[in-house]
Design a protein. Structure first.
Length: 129
């Protein structure tokens, strides 16, 4: 089985998590993506959020919260480990690059999300319910 690693930014408001959907897709993911060769997880997170949401992460606030391993959505024989971070930011959140839309998703609506994103939502919001 192939192994993939990704980074994800956990941004919570009330009892919902910011999620994104790429152009032409029906499934929501937590903002982030795959590290480029030679990038640290924090560098990948910073780059991906600049590209996808047009925001700047506050570097001194980046904090690894947890990692989730699950079957990679849409990929056969591939396992994904998603490294989830929280961080403060500056700028206005806007869709950019391949991102078509944003949504705030809670436990009740998480079926719209990929499996690893669903796990992250439960882990992050579980204490709110």
């Amino acid at each position: 089985m192939k192994q993939l690693h990704s980074v994800a930014w956990l941004h919570k408001k009330n009892a919902e998590v910011l999620c994104v959907k790429s152009k032409g897709k029906d499934t929501f993911f937590i903002p982030g993506g795959k590290p480029e060769p030679g990038e640290t997880l924090e560098q990948a997170l910073t780059r991906e959020l600049q590209e996808e949401l047009s925001i700047e992460l506050q570097q001194d606030t980046i904090c690894h919260r947890f990692s989730i391993t699950d079957k990679a959505f849409g990929l056969e024989d591939t396992e994904l480990t998603m490294h989830c971070f929280s961080a403060g930011f500056s700028g206005d959140i806007n869709t950019a690059a391949e991102i078509e839309s944003l949504d705030w998703i809670g436990i009740a609506d998480m079926a719209k999300c990929a499996p690893a994103a669903q796990q992250a939502i439960v882990k992050l919001l579980g204490s709110d319910h």
